[in-house]
Every structure is written in C-alpha cells, then in structure tokens.
Write a protein that binds this ligand. Structure first.
Ligand code: ADP
Ligand code: MG
Length: 695
C-alpha cells in the first residue's frame, strides 16, 4: 500500500532519474504532487462538431468521432506517417502521427472516441497532428509546469494516483494531513471548501465552478498562512523615549523650503518621535526627492531632545558623503557628528567608539560596522537606515537591539506601491515623498539596438567637449564564457582605443586634451574605489565605466550622460536607480539604454523607462512584468513564494487575511494551543525553505 508520505519513486515508472527531475518541480513525495498546481487547464469537456472546426484557431479542440479508415505508410528516408480519418456523421477529420506506427492501434472503428488537438488544414482537409485521444470525456484537464524529461501525461498520471490515495486514506491519516487547519470562522464567512476538496479539484475539477472554488480556497489559504507567518516574525510594539524638542529651527536653517511631500513626511515622523511608542516607519521617496533633509530633521529633533542618532549607509562612499552633509548642516547647532567605518585606523575607531559610548558624539554615520559587536551608545534614540533593501530584516533587528527601543526609520528609493509595503515591511508605517523639489529637468531617455553603439559613443564626445561627464554601466566586470554581455573591463579598453586620437578642447592645453576613461568595479579595493570616485567627483575623469557599484546615492551634478550596456540584463527599478545618477545638476541629462537582445520584456522595460520618470509608476510596471518575487527578492525579505496567490491582484484578500491572522494571534500569539498545531505546521512549511522564523 502506497502512502502519500512515501518517496515519489514508489510510483510506477519513476526511477531515480525521474525523481531528480521531479525534485526540480518541488515534488519529492507522492503527496507533494498534490501541491504542484497546474499552470493552466485544457477544457476537454465539450466536443465541437467537425463541421464547425476552424483551422488554426485555439490551442486545442475536442472532437468526438469514429474512425472510418486507417492508413500506415512504410518508412521512407527515416519517415513514416500513420493517418486515420474520423467522422462525426457530418464532417471528416484526419488524425496524423509521424514515426509512430503503433499510434493507430488504440483507435476503434466500432465506436466513438474523443480526440484533442490543434486543428490545421492540409490540402483542403482538416487534420489534427498527434492528437491525444480517450474513450470518454475527460473534462477539464490540468496542464502542469514542466521540466525537461517529464511529460504532461506523466504528471497527470501521478496526480491522479495521489488524489486517489488522498481520498482513500483512512480518516485519521487524512485528518492529520489534510484536516482543516483554517479557522472555522474563515471557512464559513468566506464560504470556502475543504482543503481535500480543493486539492482534488485544483487538479481534476468536475467543472469550471468546482475549479473556481478550489482556486479560491487555495488562494485564501496561502495568503492567510503567509500573513500569519509575517505577523509572527514581527516584534510586539514597544515603548521608547519621547523626543519632544522642536524641529523647526532646523527646517528653517535649510537653504530651501521643504516640498509639501517632505513637510508631510516630516510631520508624520515628528509625531511618531514625540510620543512614547517606538517608531517603525518606512520613508519612501524617489531618487532626488530629498529624503536626506527629512532624515536630518528627525535626527535633529532626537538629538535636541537629549538622545543620540545613528545613520547607516550601504557603502563607504555614501557614508562619507552623508557625513560631510551632516557635518555641514549640524555644526551651526553645536551637534557633534562622527563616522564609523570598517576601514578606519584602530586608534581613530577607538576614539569614535568611546565618544559614542560616552554620549559625546550626537550623531554617528556608519556602514555595516555600526551593527558589529563592541559598538554601544550612551542613549540611542533613533536609527535611520538608508537604502534599506540592501539590509536584511535580521540586520534591522540586530540594530534596534543596540539601543533601548530606539525609533526606527528606514529609507528606500525603491518605491513600492503603498499597499505592497504593508506586505513587505509588515508592521512599518509608511511615509511617502511623491514629489520632486522644483526645477528638476526630465532626463531624456532613449533605447537603441547594439548596432548603434559606435554612433552613441561618437555622439558622447560633444557632451564631453561641453565639459560634462558620463557613466557607462555594464552588467559584468570581466568577459565571461557563460554570459553573453559586455563587461566593464572590455568596454573600458574599447573606449580607450576609440577615443585615443580624439582631442577635446575644454582644457588649458592649446591643442586640446585626451578623453580620460577609467574603470570602477566591485572587486577593486575600497581605497581604489574611493580614489576613483573622488577624482570623478572632482571632474578629473570624463567617462567612468563601471558595474552597478555606482547604483546608489552617489551625487556628481556635472555628470549628464548615463549609458547602460546590455540594459536587458537589468531590472526596471535598477535601471531607474542608475538613471537617477544623472540629472542632478542644472544641465540637460541623457540616459541611453543599449539593448543586446530585444526580447519582448526588455523592449517593454526600455519603453516604460523612456516614457516615465515616476518611480512609483515604474515600480508598478516592474511588478507587472516580473512579479513581486523577483522585484523585491522576496526570498531575501523572508517572504515565501505562494503558488496560486498573486500578491498584487489579490491584495484585497491579502489585507482581509491579515485581519483574520491578527485575530488568531491575538488569542494565541505563538500558535501554541493544540487546535492551532496544524496551522503552525503549515506556517512552518510555507516559511521553511529559506527563512528562519523567530517563533
Ligand atoms: P534622495 O531622496 O535621493 O536622498 P537627496 O536628499 O540627496 O535625495 O536630495 C537631492 C538633492 O535635492 C540635494 O541636492 C538636496 O539638497 C536637494 N533638495 C532636497 N530638498 C529640496 C527642496 N525642498 N528644495 C530644493 N532642493 C532640495
Ligand atoms: Mg539619498
């Protein structure tokens, strides 16, 4: 007797080879098949009259008919044809098989059969090539995601077996495995079918109605379990210090008035800071929207209220840039700013650490070094992380443990539709800066096929002549045998060669000067990178060829051109970020995307970028094009993949399930009660793959 927990190899025809392939689809046990949901269905429930067939239309049609003649050709030059003509009394249709001399053996001349395939036309005759046939009506048939070496027929057979087993297993086992863990309240309020019923019908639904019911149950199921898991990962809301000093002196000191959006974010943040609940807020704002000033205002308020603030940046370079800004802006107020980097001399570091611990330093800017052992604060009141998507959830947690429940502000330039932020950042409140400071110029964005590369680089010269600088971004550092894409090293060499004899007339030398092309990538030493960026910022380098290391934050207003090689290899959000490196000064800027291959999605992405500079719009289109998993690296965020539920289109259900999940956790925070045991198992199962839960 086979059981659902048995290894998949117990099924007939499944050896170790097949098992390996099935494992790729996530199927290891017989029961796993039940959770391999079809990606589509073929409706083989209603036959179409032969006289009404339209050749070439649709992916498949069901025909009922009886065979009236069979023909088998001999092999000729390695090719053999088997053909049968069938009729439904009104019309005729040929079914044709190549190199399958036994194909006709199963065809009956004494009664009707059902044929499913694509209808084509050959010399005026209707035909189906390699149709599948059956003696009865199969109904709605599942179409599974496949992997090489596994066929639809096989998967259908395995699924049938698994479903049979599921319905046959005795009540006790069935209850253990498929008993309903969904709270009865959800089942009745949402009118959901049982899990076992849903699993049966998701594979072999009796009709469309049954399929809809099954899908509904599974979608609610997945989203409910997901919300439970996410909520369980959250820490309870806690109390911290109230920071009540007035922030106005700082905002008044800025050389510009805040935009309305900035002012709104500031007031939301300041409200959080001044009460005793610990703040947990996400600040979203497109590149250049002025998040820094908002962050500074928050830090000012906290420091003036007597506590310290920490600001964490993703790279050394950005950290230093922020350090300079903060020093400039805070010095007039007597606020002491320090920085902490993994690269500083031991003596220097010691001094800073002591200053932080003694409370002499009010604001410290740092990289990951800030969350290391041995870093302590006298009274840490606020933690801000910049470009938070580069830090995992866990790091955020460990950071907040350094203080006595500090307020937390995470900033991101990857705009996320507000509703989704709820999912990805869970309990965080969200502030949005959806407006750019006045006077910004649109960046002219165009895309080209790779045959235009040379023309682009020739045209670049005129921008350089005008005294501007350019970035060229490549997907790879060095050429690779595995990936067909341009590398920074080879593009840099190429450009040096291309520009060797070009002289531009914007220096002091009477005969003009050579164009200075340099390379920057992530495998260089930190000092080297810093040195190059510093020279680029000082205008000593004309063209900086790099990998995505320059993606975040960096601010060189004189750079007006961003050229992206193999743009098809970058995600939309990333392209948008890269583009944000230019257009920071008063001059017209350009972004040119060079497409190495012009697949549909690549073109679509390039078009979106050319049309829009609105980060929110771009991020929504990105979601459409790639799905949330890829866009936000959900795995990285600790969010499991759902199978049927689509987090974007089911956002309403997601929110509804969040409410139910909260209710359940209200009663049983750890899901420790016996009646919630199965629920907890399911949560663990969904979150197990890559995620450690703090249950
Ligand atoms: P980001 O949100 O990308 O971090 P920044 O904070 O670096 O953006 O701001 C980008 C630029 O805009 C900076 O040079 C900053 O001085 C300027 N800026 C910020 N807020 C305003 C404002 N309200 N009016 C004019 N310029 C502003
Ligand atoms: Mg910034």
């Amino acid at each position: 007797m086979i059981s659902l927990t048995d290894d998949i190899t117990v099924l007939k025809g499944v050896g170790t080879k097949k098992a390996e392939k099935l494992a790729k689809l996530g199927v290891r046990t017989v029961g796993d098949i039940l959770f391999l949901f079809p990606r589509d269905y073929e409706d083989r429930s209603v036959p179409v009259a032969i006289s009404e067939l339209v050749p070439g239309s649709g992916s498949g049609t069901l025909v009922q008919g009886r065979v009236i003649s069979k023909y088998k050709s001999p092999y000729r030059r390695g090719r053999q044809i088997s053909r049968a003509t069938i009729t439904d009394g009104q019309g005729f249709l040929d079914v044709v098989y190549f190199n399958a001399p036994y194909a006709l053996n199963g065809l009956r001349t004494d009664r009707d059969q059902f044929f499913f395939g694509r209808v084509t036309e050959n010399q005026g005759r209707l035909q189906m090539i390699h149709p599948q046939f059956a003696d009865g009506i199969e109904g709605i048939v599942p179409v599974y995601p496949l992997t090489k070496g596994i066929t639809q027929m096989e998967l259908r057979r395995y699924a049938k077996t698994a479903i049979q087993l599921m319905t046959q297993t005795d009540d006790l086992v069935q209850d253990r495995m498929f008993g309903d863990y969904m709270p009865q309240r959800i089942i009745s309020e949402k009118k959901l079918c049982s899990l076992a019923e849903a699993l049966k019908n998701i594979h072999f639904p009796d009709d469309q109605e049954a399929l809809n019911e099954a899908r509904k149950r599974i979608i609610y199921d997945e989203l409910f379990i997901m919300q439970l898991g996410l909520l369980m990962m959250k820490r309870g809301k806690s109390t911290g210090a109230a920071h009540t000093a007035d922030e106005k002196p700082f905002t008044d000191s800025l050389p510009y008035p805040l935009t309305n959006a900035q002012a709104r974010a500031v007031s939301e943040i300041c409200r959080d800071l001044s009460d005793e609940m610990a703040m947990n807020r996400l600040l979203q704002g497109d590149v250049g929207s002025g998040k820094t000033a908002v962050a500074e205002t928050a830090m000012y308020k906290v420091v003036m209220s007597g506590s310290q603030a920490a600001f964490m940046a993703p790279t050394d370079l950005l950290m230093k840039q922020h350090y300079e800004t903060f020093k400039r802006d805070f010095e007039p107020f007597g606020i002491k700013v320090g920085y902490l980097s993994g690269h500083m001399k031991a003596q220097e570091k010691k001094q800073i650490l002591e200053g932080m611990a003694a409370g002499e330093i009010d604001i410290v800017v740092g990289t990951h070094a800030l969350i290391q052992e041995g870093v302590s604060f006298a009274d840490l009141g606020l933690v801000i992380t910049d470009e938070q998507h580069r830090f995992g959830v866990n790091q955020r947690m460990s950071f907040s443990e350094k203080g006595n429940e500090p307020d937390i502000l995470v900033m991101t330039a990857t705009p996320i539709p507000r509703t989704l932020a709820v999912i990805f950042y869970g309990d965080l409140d969200v502030s949005v800066i959806d407006e750019l400071p006045p006077g910004r110029q649109e960046i002219v964005t165009r895309y080209y096929g790779s045959e235009r590369r040379n023309a682009i680089y020739h045209r670049l010269v005129s921008q350089l002549e005008a005294g501007h600088q350019a970035y060229v971004v490549c997907p790879l550092i060095e050429d690779s045998d595995m990936i067909e894409a341009r590398s920074a090293v080879s593009v840099c060499d190429e450009l040096k060669r291309l520009y060797k004899n070009v002289r531009i007339m914007n220096g002091d030398e009477p005969g003009g000067r050579q164009i200075n092309v340099e390379l920057l990538h992530g495998e260089m030493k930190q000092d080297e990178k810093d040195e190059i960026m510093t020279r680029f910022a000082a205008g000593k380098i004309d063209v900086l060829v790099s990998t995505v290391v320059i993606e975040v934050g960096i601010d060189v207003p004189n750079a007006t051109v961003m050229i992206i090689e193999n743009a098809e290899r970058f995600g939309l959000a990333q392209l948008h970020q890269l583009r944000g490196r230019v257009g920071r000064g008063k001059d017209q800027s350009y972004c040119m995307l060079i497409l190495g291959s012009q697949g549909k999605i690549a073109l679509e992405r390039a078009k979106v970028l050319a049309e829009s500079s609105d980060g929110f719009y771009i991020s929504e289109r990105d979601l459409d094009l790639r799905g949330p998993g890829e866009v936000f690296g959900t795995r990285q965020h600790g969010i499991p993949d759902t199978h049927l539920a689509d987090m974007i289109s089911h956002i309403d259900i997601m929110e509804e399930m969040r409410g139910y999940a909260m209710d359940v956790l209200e009663e049983d925070r750890e899901l420790a009660k016996p009646e919630n045991r199965k629920l907890k198992e399911r949560v663990n199962m969904l979150f197990s793959e890559n995620v450690t839960m703090n249950l």
